[in-house]
Design a binder for this molecule. Structure first.
Ligand code: MN
Length: 198
C-alpha cells in the first residue's frame, strides 16, 4: 500500500539511476517519463486531495473508490509507481525466478508463451493504456489490457507487473514501433520485485 505523507503522495524512490536502464529506456526518455509525466500526475493528484473525501487514504483505496479527475491522476500515479519500481539495469537472459517463474509455467505453459501473449496484448491495445500481469483471488495469473488510467485492482485483481503502452512511454526511444519497445523491455524486469508482489 502506498500511503500519503503529511497529506501528500511522494515520488517513488527508485533503486536505480535515470541513465541505468539504457539502452532499453534512454536517460532522455526516463527524464521525460518519470521526471515530467509522472511528476505532473502526482502534482495534479496532490492538488485535488485537500478537503476531498480521499484525504489521508492510500493510493489503492483512492483508485478503487474515485472517478473523474481524481481517478485519472490517482490511477496514473499508482500505475507509474508500480511500473518504475519493477525495473533494474538490463541483463542478458533475464528470466523469472522463484514462485512467479513456477506460476507462469503453470498458467501459460512456458515463459516464451507468456511473453508472446503479453506482447500481443500490449501491441493490440487501441489508444493509450497498460498491459498487466495480475493474480486473481486463487493466485492464478491473468493478463489484462487496461485503458487510460485503469488498474487491475478495480477488478479485484492483484497487479504484479506492467508495460506502459501510452505513446509517451516509447516514442522517444522507439518512435511508433510499440512492438519493438515491448520486446526490448524483458531485459530490465526485476523479477525479485515481481515475486515480492505475488
Ligand atoms: Mn506513462
Amino acid at each position: 500500500m502506498i500511503q500519503p505523507v503529511n497529506g501528500k503522495f511522494e515520488m517513488p524512490q527508485l533503486p536505480y539511476g535515470m541513465a541505468d536502464l539504457a539502452p532499453v529506456l534512454s536517460q532522455e526518455s526516463m527524464l521525460f517519463h518519470f521526471g515530467k509525466h509522472l511528476q505532473t500526475y502526482l502534482n495534479n493528484l496532490n492538488a485535488l486531495l485537500p478537503g476531498s473525501a480521499f484525504e489521508g487514504k492510500s493510493i489503492e483505496e483512492i483508485v478503487k473508490t474515485s472517478e473523474g479527475g481524481v481517478f485519472n491522476n490517482a490511477g496514473q500515479f499508482l500505475n507509474h509507481a508500480l511500473y518504475f519500481l519493477q525495473f533494474k539495469a538490463a541483463t542478458m537472459n533475464n528470466v523469472p525466478t522463484g514462485s512467479i517463474a513456477k506460476a507462469i509455467v503453470r498458467d501459460f505453459g512456458s515463459f516464451e508463451k507468456f511473453q508472446e501473449e503479453f506482447q500481443a496484448k500490449g501491441a493490440s491495445l487501441f489508444g493509450s493504456g497498460w498491459v498487466w500481469l495480475s493474480a486473481d483471488a486463487n493466485s492464478k495469473l491473468v493478463i489484462t489490457q487496461e485503458g487510460n488510467a485503469q488498474n487491475p485492482i478495480t477488478k479485484g485483481l492483484k497487479p504484479l507487473f506492467t508495460f506502459d503502452v501510452w505513446e509517451h512511454a516509447y516514442y522517444i526511444d522507439y518512435r511508433n514501433r510499440r512492438p519493438d519497445y515491448l520486446k526490448a523491455m524483458w531485459s530490465i524486469v526485476n523479477w525479485d520485485e515481481v515475486n515480492n508482489r505475488y
